[in-house]
Design a protein around this ligand. Structure first.
Ligand code: NAD
Length: 360
């Protein structure tokens, strides 16, 4: 069977890190005897320059064809003067999420043991193992989209309104993604709500409890969002998978990412019913683009997420993750990770990609 992958390198460091990710994927193909077919297409600023549109029809066709989409990064100073709705991020990423109803955003926050010192947490809190948390955020509902929304006049006063709405089917489908993810990990799930004050969150908790009946192996607990934000800092090891609605997930995933201390290491996945999009958390990093020094690990770990979530190739995904961990243990560091310590060796984007591919 051939697995179809749309490759959208984008702008800035996007093409540089994508090249290393494909190198790793080629190695996975050889080692695990799976075949990938890649089709590359323009996205973001480079698509605006070539086609006058950040998400051109040719790119839509490639994405429609694919089982999974690998996305580098888009944007940069060249396109910042365009009207907001034409700018690469808004005109490329949002339409893709909408077109494929990518309702589930998965953001792992991983501190590799070799990079513990990058975390702002104290070593007493972190221990010597680092941590590995997956935040599953609902991406297409909740208070960011609920109606009515707007600034209205009432009795001569202005009133700003956002509406927090969740339908049971929206909660059920994101909860299933989170439970499925927990089954592929340590089988512990923390569902985040504010059921003590928000009625929509009472429903959230009820539906999560219903879904839990289909996953008896997963240990479920419920936390209020304010407590969860404290617990993340107090002891991140208590979390495996965190499930949250759109706004709480937005905030907690950034908090968890910050605890890792290294943006060049963080992958993400956005999943729909039919396909997934995999991209690093970082942007196009115009300040270092073209210098060959970007850290390709976030893009490479996004490939690992694709293997796990779109293609159910758990062993291959783990091989990629442990290859990344191994090169870090050996002291290889791109410029963003390099501290000049004994045992560290500064490497380029390409050298990092080569080393990871070799270790698979
Ligand atoms: P950024 O993530 O691109 O860069 C922030 C800082 O982190 C920079 O100093 C950069 O050099 C560094 N950095 C990021 N990724 C790195 C990597 N892999 N290796 C080493 N260092 C890395 O964020 P920004 O500067 O706020 O945005 C730059 C552009 O990217 C903007 O046009 C923004 O709109 C766009 N952006 C795109 C996405 C996306 O495509 N999903 C996400 C965020 C920002």
């Amino acid at each position: 069977m051939t697995l179809k992958v749309a490759v959208l390198p984008g702008d800035g460091i996007g093409p540089e890190v994508m090249e290393e990710a494909l190198k790793v994927l080629d190695r996975v193909s050889a080692k695990f005897n799976v075949e990938f077919e890649y089709r590359e297409a323009l996205i973001g600023g480079s698509a605006i320059d070539a086609k006058g549109n950040a998400f051109p029809d040719e790119t839509k066709e490639v994405c429609d064809w694919a089982d999974a989409i690998l996305f580098g990064a888009v944007g940069g100073p060249k396109w910042e003067s365009l009207p907001p709705e034409k700018q690469p991020e808004r005109a490329a990423l949002l339409p893709i999420r909408k077109r494929y109803e990518l309702f589930a955003n998965l953001r792992p926050a991983i501190v590799f043991p070799a990079l513990i010192e990058s975390s702002p947490l104290k070593s007493e809190v972190l221990g010597d193992k680092g941590f590995d948390i997956l935040v599953v955020r609902e991406l297409t509902g909740g208070i960011y989209f609920g109606q009515p929304k707007g600034i209205f006049e009432e009795n001569g006063q202005k009133k700003g309104v956002d509406t927090l709405v969740y339908y049971d089917w929206e909660i059920r489908r994101i909860a299933k993604v989170a439970f499925d993810a927990a089954m592929k990990r340590d089988k512990r799930l923390a569902s985040i709500d504010k059921a003590n004050v928000l009625t929509s969150m009472v429903l959230w908790r009820q539906v999560v409890e219903e879904v839990a009946k289909d996953y008896p192996e997963v240990e479920l607990r419920h936390l209020y969002v304010d407590n969860a934000s404290m617990q993340l800092i107090r002891d991140p090891h208590q979390f495996d998978v965190i499930l949250a609605g759109n706004m709480f997930g937005d905030i907690l995933s950034d908090e968890a990412a910050m605890l890792t201390g290294s943006i060049g290491m963080l992958p993400s996945a956005s999943l729909g019913e039919s396909k997934g999009l995999y991209e690093p958390v970082h942007g196009s990093a115009p300040d270092i683009a073209g210098k060959g020094i970007a850290n390709p690990c976030a893009m490479i770990l996004s490939v690992a997420m694709m293997l796990k979530y779109s293609f159910n190739l758990k062993d291959a995904a783990e091989a990629v993750e442990s290859a990344v961990s191994q090169v870090l243990d050996e002291g290889l560091r791109t410029a963003d990770l390099y501290r000049g310590k004994k045992g560290e060796r500064k490497v380029t984007t390409k050298e990092m990609g080569d080393a990871i591919a070799e270790r698979i």
